[in-house]
Ligand binder design. Structure first.
Ligand SMILES: Nc1ncnc2c1ncn2[C@@H]1O[C@H](COP(=O)(O)OP(=O)(O)OP(=O)(O)O)[C@@H](O)[C@H]1O
Ligand SMILES: [Mg+2]
Length: 508
């Protein structure tokens, strides 16, 4: 996963330079000539957008105005705040997993003999959300010398589609093909029981989405992994608390018992260590932690551990706190580029307390919504109203659908210019950080960016796990989005603004 914030590795300086994105509040016209000169924000592999040359214009290059030059020239010093916020951005690329040594050892001890002897096996990882299951497995698999694939089962319309998808992941079928379940099972059977001295390691994330009343799909997969002569290793991951109770006894009854590795919730100390380590990546080898005071980290970790233990929540708090400090500096008239990371003002205990009150209750969500900027309010309104339109189906609302509704609304309403997709994602991140919306794993959708590939073939250099712009869009676009504030509360809170009032009137 990649961060919408753009990064350039400056070859001369050998340091990471962040180019600030236009803030979501800014009105942006799609065909703004100044914008056309700025680098694209579409995904990680961004390249500067080529200037469109109008063939009717004089051949002599036009001199750029100073304001255009400003946008085009990266700041000489990266903004410490931008760098800090990027560290805790949801969906940013997975970084090194800190701790979890016992779980790491258990998983490695499970895999090592099987990979050595080319035998199969089943592993099952369970734990509450945000406890590092996916991150740890992804890190371990990236190091493996075996055919590896990972599927997020949430993307499947029906559980039995998983067989065709596994076949595609292991190269049995073309990406665009649509093999029948029976054909896929036959081919996979040959693959996993063939004598080719290879292992096939498959991670099935969000395993609970494969549950059916008769458990036929799950039984088949675990049966393959547990049978003598198989080279198929399945690693199931689930965060449904009761899945272990529902699922394991039935497997055991069929003598298909996977090895279980439970992921305990992070303690306050664990969370503190992870936050510190992330911040220290900005100044490796320096004992002084940048951007956050140690006491602020401690409080943030303690609050998170006492609430959900979900590390994502702790990261949200850190990101929002750094943003608060940034806003304070902006009010004081400070220039962001004047701070190097070690000089930047730090998040204090007071900042954490303020953000926790925002996020963990205290101020009502509708009140918090009043503090949003116009674009953020508009996007939030579109989220709650999109939910209303598909009443009963809210669980299937995707980021793509909300973006489409939002763009149509901007087009129709004409009061504010439509944000482009990466900027729209930043608005969503802001809504999440203030606890007004939640973006979770991917929604089911046929044929689009369905799997997370971590394939690395023996000696073959491995298939790519790098995604282009499309992959990036697909991945975010298919995520589920939901509001965390009732429709009527939000309507009451936001209806005093004219453009929003018009939006509300059209929907209601
Ligand atoms: N020990 C860790 N060190 C560093 N980062 C971590 C660690 N554990 C989790 N993270 C980060 O926290 C976020 C959530 O972790 P992850 O997605 O692995 O959780 P999960 O247990 O799979 O949650 P879910 O059950 O909701 O899928 C990710 O950004 C991940 O990189
Ligand atoms: Mg996960």
């Amino acid at each position: 996963m990649h961060n919408p914030i753009r990064m350039i590795l400056s070859a001369s300086a050998g340091k990471l330079v962040f180019i600030s994105m236009p803030t979501p509040v800014r009105k942006v016209r799609r065909r703004d000539p100044v914008r056309a000169l700025t680098p694209s924000t579409d995904g990680p592999n961004f390249e500067p957008v080529k200037e469109v040359v109008d063939s009717t214009s004089p051949a002599t290059p036009r001199k750029r105005k100073a304001s255009e030059m400003e946008l085009f020239t990266p700041p000489s010093t990266p903004s410490a705040f931008l760098v800090g916020k990027a560290l805790f951005q949801r969906g940013s690329q997975t970084r090194q997993v800190i701790g979890r040594s016992s779980e790491r050892e258990k998983i490695s001890a499970f895999l090592a003999p099987r990979l050595k002897n080319h035998t199969g096996g089943a592993l099952y990882l369970s734990g509450l959300p945000g406890t590092g299951k996916t991150a740890l497995v992804t890190e371990i698999l990236a190091e493996l010398d075996a055919e590896c694939a990972s599927i997020n089962c949430m993307v499947l319309d029906k559980p039995d589609q998983v067989f065709g998808l596994i076949g595609k992941e292991f190269g049995l079928f073309e990406r665009r093909s649509n093999p029948s379940k029976e054909r896929a099972i036959t081919e996979l059977n040959h693959l996993f029981f063939g004598k080719n001295n290879k292992n096939y390691v498959l991670v099935l994330d969000e395993l609970d989405h494969l549950m059916t009343t008769d458990q036929e799909v799950l039984f088949k997969l675990f049966e393959w992994a547990c049978q003598v002569g198989s080279s198929f290793i399945v690693v199931g991951i689930a965060n449904a608390i009761d899945l272990t109770d529902r699922f394991l006894p039935r497997l055991q009854a069929h003598k298909l018992t996977p090895q279980v590795v439970p992921f305990a919730p992070y303690s306050a100390d664990d969370i503190q260590e992870i936050i510190k380590s992330r911040l220290q990546t900005l100044r490796p080898g320096d004992a002084d932690i940048p951007l956050m005071h140690p006491a602020a980290i401690r409080i943030c970790a303690a609050k998170t551990a006492a609430n959900s233990g979900d590390l994502r929540r702790a990261f949200d708090i850190c990101r929002r706190c750094i943003e608060l400090v940034e806003e304070e500096e902006l009010k004081r008239g400070g220039s962001f580029s004047e701070f190097d990371v070690h000089l930047a003002p730090k998040v204090t205990v007071q900042h954490v307390a303020k953000v926790c009150v925002e996020g963990f209750g205290g101020v009502r969500p509708a009140e918090r919504a009043k503090d949003l900027n116009l674009q953020q309010k508009a996007v939030l309104l579109v989220v709650v109203m999109s939910e209303r339109r598909i009443a009963g189906q809210q669980a299937n609302l995707t980021v793509n659908q909300v973006y489409a509704n939002y763009s149509a609304e901007c087009e129709h309403n004409k009061t504010f210019a439509s944000l482009q997709f990466p900027e729209f994602l930043q608005v969503l991140a802001a809504l999440e950080a203030s606890g007004l919306a939640t973006v979770t794993g991917m929604c089911h959708k046929k044929g689009l960016g369905t799997t997370e590939r971590v394939r690395k073939s023996r000696g073959g250099g491995g298939a790519s796990n790098a995604r282009g712009t499309e992959g990036y869009r697909e991945e975010y676009g298919l995520r589920r989005i939901s509001s965390r504030v009732p429709l009527m509360d939000i309507v009451t809170a936001l209806s005093d603004s004219d453009p929003l009032r018009r939006l509300i009137d059209e929907y209601l």
